[in-house]
Design a protein around this ligand. Sequence first.
Ligand code: NAI
Ligand code: MG
Length: 328
Amino acid sequence: MTTHRIGVIGGDGIGPEVIAVGLDVIAATGVELDTVDYDLGGARYLRDGVVLTDEIVDEWRELDALYLGAVGTPDVPPGVIERGLLLKMRFDLDLYINQRPFVLEGSHEFVVIRENTEGTYAGEGGFLRKSSPHEIATQGSVNTRHGVERCVRYAFELADGRPRRHLTLVHKTNVLTFSGDLWARTFDEVAGEYPRVDTAYNHVDAACIYFVQEPQRYDVIVTDNLFGDILTDLGGAVSGGIGLASSANLRPGGVSMFEPVHGSAPDIAGRDEANPIAAILSGALMLDHLGEGEAADRIRAACGAYADHPGSTTEIGRAIVDELTGGR
Ligand code: NAI
Ligand code: MG
């Protein structure tokens, strides 16, 4: 059996609590991890000023995956950790896919693939005459053929391997006539290579209605960075809430990062109250990526029984571990 080398960043607040449970659950499947702990986040920054160094990123490139809890503490100025740690990780490791699965009542599952490195989040733009009455701020959207195509291609690959084989492009092509045109043309061209995948297109505003009223229409969705950020929060809200939402930040073929969608929840930190399922399901996504799909499926099945279960972090974790080991 292969042992996978995993960098673990528990982070702040409830991050270390839910990651500890996630690691216990993975161990219960029999999958072996060799973990390296990284003490990073708001608390570390307040202690010695370190957010994330290039040396650490270079170590990460040698690992099989990263498993992250949540980072951020109330007493660190906004932006320091988000830009210095989360965005640096995303850009330096070129984690160009953000993948989030959503499970609805009736067990329908759909997946959003969000482009994770370009669009309005690429940082193009600036100020002119800042803080004067004539101030101008621009914030451009960067869309490269290379960046769009690799994301769209990943989504087609994923859809092609699922039973329904259905992929929806979400954008706003009627108004964003330049970036939308590049996305739509790329989508249509790549579609030609995947004749088994049925395709659809929704404007993002219409997609918001369907997310709430008719999410069953979706199998896989692909969209840009900004629309994906907003749609995935909506997806979380219509599918059981923040305690269940898991995510993968992927570089297919390279080291990728897996984390719950929620933050460090300082309001409940240290009280054994956090729902660990989002972290556990993120661990399952990591196992998928490591080629341990069978163990990942067993974790998802075990979590299903506890989605609405009251209980503390450790109680829910123990119940899921028992489910996986048959109470041994
Ligand atoms: P948050 O997700 O930490 O908390 C929002 C609300 O949801 C809180 O009431 C919290 O108690 C609750 N909550 C979150 N996760 C939960 C869980 N597993 N079980 C039960 N309840 C849960 O978002 P917030 O308050 O905006 O941010 C807190 C800190 O986390 C900030 O420093 C923020 O920057 C950071 N953050 C970090 C993220 C990351 O590491 N990727 C993502 C989002 C926020
Ligand atoms: Mg968000």
